[in-house]
Structures are given as structure tokens and as C-alpha cells.
Design a protein around this ligand. Structure first.
Ligand code: FAD
Ligand code: NAI
Length: 489
């Protein structure tokens, strides 16, 4: 057993070093060009976004078959599953991001990246308007496409609740994690300078998380861990006064999980002294108080920090696309068919991830990732079809034309519908415990506790997008277990 374990360890370490070497020494790339060697045109594939869907597509696409252009305001990929750990320093911010240029550089064909936001899509002339900045001044330019993949994700949903944008923090981007980290440290310091009997001190030490979905639950858990495991050592009095409250409008937190796992989380939160307010909707956020409604009872609760995690809403560019295309009649997201083609997009626009709305597909990284893998394979097939079409247009002979057309039909029939394979869901719930709903074929398994936490760590580490991320995240966890969290800004 010892020999096998050692062999496995050596093998895994060797593979990790090999992956790190390969990442930092990418092979030369095939440059972009107007045509292929046979004279056929090389088509331009524009990918909007640098998130789960887009990066998964980029990694599975043969980029030498297209002129690939990525447009995104974020010049890195963000590993969102570990984002709730970042504000309190369980992982470092840099450990969960990977530059998009580095990802593009590792692919076979050259990938051009434009840092900017797609503001509009002209579906008739196949042009994207990109808003960017040059030397600090706004700068706009056009990008032409033959094929377009919209993977712009979603923005936080406020349901029009007054005061959210002005006073709350979101947990969606790396800048949000930075902001929360800064707020936690300054709020705790301000509270420490006040007399314990001062009501302002109590207000500052009231941390409210709105939304009992996985984002809210995982963040509340991380926050309480930080208070119990780290702050309690440096500021024992203050740490005992901090109150973390999770506010959820529906009768349950973590609606997507099995009842037994919800109960387990509720029990653990009770033990950890995280207050869970169910059937309580936030109606307004003011500078220092939040208004909640539970049944007919309206309450005003003072807070020091408020984190808003109530799910997704479409981005402006998605809304613009929806308003342009008659077929787009849902306000929840871009409508796509079973091959991920945008309805009304004339077969040249595809859409993946959180910006879409499709029955049975949830806005998760798991879905976006699988859609990216699928689309990578589809575009490799589309390239072959386009080559055949070019051949067809250059062939005069009738029987040759028929043969080529038959090949095109076969290739088209090989493009299957997208099928999502749900592998399960995992969530960290604090005190080194996690819950898991594992799907294996038709069977579902519900796991919870410390062993599940180890499984959670293993799964989240192995899903990191690069070997560099894996190493950095693992080192962060080791550092935290030895020295505690470093949440200084
Ligand atoms: P995103 O990953 O959000 O990427 C969208 C990209 O588009 C970004 O690069 C953005 O900058 C870019 N963009 C935005 N606007 C424009 C524009 N106008 N033009 C061009 N580009 C634009 N899911 C799980 O399955 N498991 C988890 O554990 C998990 N944990 C999560 C934790 C948190 C805190 C959050 C917020 C989400 C979590 N999710 C998880 C959900 C998961 O992150 C999303 O479902 C996933 O990111 C969706 O991928 P996407 O590519 O559609 O969008
Ligand atoms: P969510 O949509 O899953 O949950 C938001 C919650 O906020 C809902 O329970 C809703 O009832 C509540 N809410 C809405 N308005 C409210 C109000 N005014 N007051 C109080 N509560 C209110 O959103 P979340 O957690 O941001 O997740 C977004 C997506 O990302 C989901 O699909 C989720 O599955 C995925 N995700 C998955 C994770 C995981 O698998 N571990 C971790 C984080 C996100």
C-alpha cells in the first residue's frame, strides 16, 4: 500500500510539474490569415466574454481553423467557485484568476484579445460595437464576425430594490471581493475604537448577507469562519460581538439541494451562531439600515456591512440583442435552441452560459463549461462543413457536386444536440464542513460533513483552470492552516 501511495504521489507531482512547464512554455502558434493554404477563406469567430463558457470553448476549439477574436472587459478568467473564500483571505485573489492572454497563447492558432465591452451587435452586417478606453479616454471600435458566440454572463439582480447599488456590495467579480475585504477590515477597526456600550459599535458589527442561494450561504460561512478562527485571536472581544445574519425571501435556503442537506446546513449555522431569517424579503437598503418584510411585519435593521447575493439578471448587451430579435421574447435571458444557436441569429450566432435562458439549464459554471466543450466540437465540425461548401462552390462537375453535398449532409447530421450531464452540486457551509449532492447516472447521493469538505476541496482544486491556479490555491490552503488568514488589504 505504501509503495503504491508513493508511486501515485510521485506520478501526480511529476504530472503537475509537466503541466506547469507546458503552461509556461507554449508551442509556437499558427498565425491568423485571410485564407487557408488551399485558398479557402479563414472565417472569423468572435467570442464575447472570458468566463466559464468562453474559456471552456477556447480550450476545446481548434483555434487554427478560425481567426479567433475574444472581446471582454475582464482580461482574466475568474474561478468563481472559490470567490466566496476570497474576501476573508482563505484564498488570495491572484490565485483564482488566470490571464485570458495566457489561455489564448496556449492554443494551437493565434487568438486576438480586445479588452473592452461589446455594447451592441449588428446582426445584419455581422459587426460588434466595442466600448473600450485609450489613454483614459473612451474609445469605440467595430469587430466583424462570421460566427459569434455570446458568453457575456449575467449581472447581479437587485429586483429594483432601492439603495442596493448605493450601499451594498455584490459578490460577482474580483473587485467585489476586494471591496468586501476592505470594508470588513475598516468596519471592524472603526467598531474597536468605540465604547462597547455605543449602539454605533453594535451597528457596525452587524454583517448582513441577502440571498440564501449558494453564494450567500458560502459567503456567510466563510465570514463566520474568519470571525471564529482568526479575528477571535487578535480581537477576542470584538469577534464575540460580530453578528452574521443571512436573509432569505423564500421558506428555505439552498433551494436546489435536498431537504436533508438544507436541514444539516440550518443546524450547523445555528451552532455557528449565524442567524438565518427565512421568508424575509429585503425591501430597501439605506446607508445604515435595511428594511425587511416577513409576512406583515416590516423591520428596520442596522448594519455595518451588507452583501447582496440574490441571483442573476441579463446584461445590457443581452437586453439589446433581445430587443432587436423578434424571436427573443423572454426577459430572463437569451433564448437558444438545442444546438445552442441564438433564436433569430440566422445560424451564425451562438450563446452559452449565464446570459442564456433554456429550460432545464441552470446558470452554473458546470453548465457553461459543458456548453463550451460542446461548442468547441461543433465549431471543429462547422469548419469541415465550410471547407466542403467552398469546394462545392468551386466545382463545376455535377456528380462531384452531388458527392460533396452528400458529405455536407452527413457532416450536418453529425452535429448532435447539446446534452447536459449533471454531475451534482457542492457547497461549503463553514467549520470545515461541506454538503454535496452527487449524481451518478440515475442515482443521487447526499453527503455532508468533514469528509465531504475534503471531497469539496479535492473537487474544487481539480476543476481549477490551470496548473498554476491549482498550485497557488493549494499553497493558500496550507498557509491558512499554518498561519491563519491574512485578510489585510
Ligand atoms: P461568466 O463566467 O460570468 O463570464 C462572463 C464574461 O463576460 C466575463 O468575462 C465578463 O467580464 C464578460 N462580459 C461581461 N459583459 C460583457 C460585454 N458586454 N462584452 C463582452 N464581454 C462581457 N457555479 C458552479 O457550477 N459551481 C460553483 O461552485 C459556483 N460558485 C459560484 C460562486 C460565486 C460567488 C458566483 C458569483 C457564481 C458561482 N457559480 C458557480 C456560477 C458560475 O460562476 C456561473 O454560472 C458561470 O460563471 C457562468 O459562466 P459564463 O461564462 O456564462 O459567465
Ligand atoms: P440564487 O438565485 O441561487 O439565490 C438567490 C436567493 O436570493 C434566492 O434564494 C432568492 O429567494 C433570494 N432573494 C431574492 N431576492 C431577495 C430579497 N429581496 N431578499 C431576500 N432574499 C432574496 O443566486 P446565487 O446564490 O447568487 O447563485 C447564482 C447561480 O450560481 C445559481 O445558479 C447557483 O446555483 C450558482 N452557484 C453555485 C454555487 C455552488 O454550486 N456551490 C455557488 C454559488 C453560485
Amino acid at each position: 500500500f505504501v509503495n503504491s501511495a508513493m508511486l501515485l504521489g510521485v506520478g501526480a507531482t511529476g504530472y503537475l510539474f509537466f503541466s506547469l512547464y507546458r503552461e509556461s512554455h507554449p508551442a509556437p502558434q499558427i498565425p491568423q490569415s485571410k485564407t487557408f493554404a488551399n485558398g479557402s477563406p479563414r472565417k472569423t469567430l468572435v467570442i464575447l466574454g472570458s468566463g466559464w463558457g468562453s474559456v471552456s470553448l477556447l480550450k476545446n476549439l481548434d483555434t487554427s481553423k478560425y481567426n479567433v477574436v475574444v472581446v471582454s472587459p475582464r482580461n482574466f478568467f475568474l474561478y468563481t467557485p472559490l470567490l466566496p473564500s476570497a474576501p476573508v483571505g482563505t484564498v488570495e485573489l491572484k490565485s483564482i484568476v488566470e490571464p485570458i492572454r495566457a489561455i489564448g497563447r496556449r492554443s494551437k492558432g493565434e487568438v486576438i484579445y480586445h479588452e473592452g465591452e461589446a455594447s451592441d451587435v449588428d446582426t445584419v452586417n455581422k459587426v460588434i460595437k466595442v466600448k473600450s478606453s485609450m489613454n483614459g479616454a473612451p474609445h469605440e471600435f467595430d469587430v466583424k464576425y462570421d460566427y459569434l458566440v455570446v458568453g457575456v454572463g449575467a449581472q447581479p439582480n437587485t429586483f429594483g430594490t432601492p439603495g442596493v447599488y448605493e450601499h451594498a456590495s455584490f459578490l460577482k467579480e474580483i473587485s467585489d471581493a476586494q471591496e468586501i475585504r476592505r470594508k470588513v477590515m475598516t468596519t471592524v477597526s472603526s467598531a474597536a475604537s468605540l465604547d462597547p456600550s455605543d449602539p454605533e459599535r453594535k451597528r457596525l458589527l452587524s454583517f448582513i448577507v441577502v440571498g440564501g442561494g449558494p453564494t450567500g450561504v458560502e459567503f456567510a460561512a466563510e465570514l463566520q469562519d474568519f470571525v471564529d478562527q482568526d479575528l477571535s485571536k487578535w480581537m477576542p472581544t470584538i469577534s464575540k460581538e460580530i453578528k452574521v445574519t443571512l436573509v432569505e425571501a423564500s421558506p428555505n435556503i439552498l433551494g436546489m439541494f435536498d431537504k436533508s442537506l438544507i436541514q444539516y446546513t440550518n443546524d450547523l449555522f445555528k451552532k455557528e451562531k449565524i442567524e438565518v431569517k427565512l421568508k424575509t424579503a429585503v425591501k430597501e437598503v439605506k446607508e445604515t439600515t435595511v428594511t425587511t418584510k416577513c409576512g406583515d411585519v416590516v423591520e428596520e435593521t442596522p448594519y455595518g456591512i451588507l452583501v447582496w447575493a440574490t441571483g442573476n439578471a441579463p446584461r445590457d448587451v443581452s437586453l439589446k440583442l433581445m430587443s432587436k430579435l423578434e424571436e427573443q421574447n423572454s426577459r430572463r435571458g437569451l433564448l437558444i435552441d438545442d444546438k445552442l444557436r441564438l433564436l433569430g441569429g440566422n445560424g451564425s450566432i451562438y450563446s452559452i452560459g449565464d446570459c442564456t435562458f433554456h429550460a432545464g439549464l441552470f446558470p452554473t459554471a458546470q453548465v457553461a463549461f459543458q456548453e463550451g466543450v460542446y461548442l468547441g466540437e461543433v465549431f471543429n465540425k462547422i469548419h469541415k462543413i465550410d471547407q466542403l461548401k467552398w469546394e462545392l462552390s468551386n466545382t463545376q462537375d455535377k456528380s462531384s457536386q452531388e458527392k460533396i453535398q452528400a458529405k455536407i449532409d452527413i457532416m450536418n447530421s453529425k452535429i448532435d444536440d447539446f446534452k447536459y450531464h449533471h454531475l451534482g452540486a457542492l457547497a461549503y457551509i463553514g467549520s470545515e464542513k461541506a454538503i454535496a449532492d452527487i449524481a451518478m447516472g440515475e442515482s443521487r447521493y447526499n453527503l455532508s460533513g468533514s469528509f465531504t469538505f475534503l471531497f469539496w476541496r479535492y473537487a474544487y482544486l481539480s476543476m481549477c483552470i490551470s496548473a498554476r491556479n491549482k498550485v497557488l490555491v493549494a499553497l493558500d490552503w496550507i498557509k491558512v492552516s499554518i498561519f491563519g488568514r491574512n485578510s489585510s488589504v
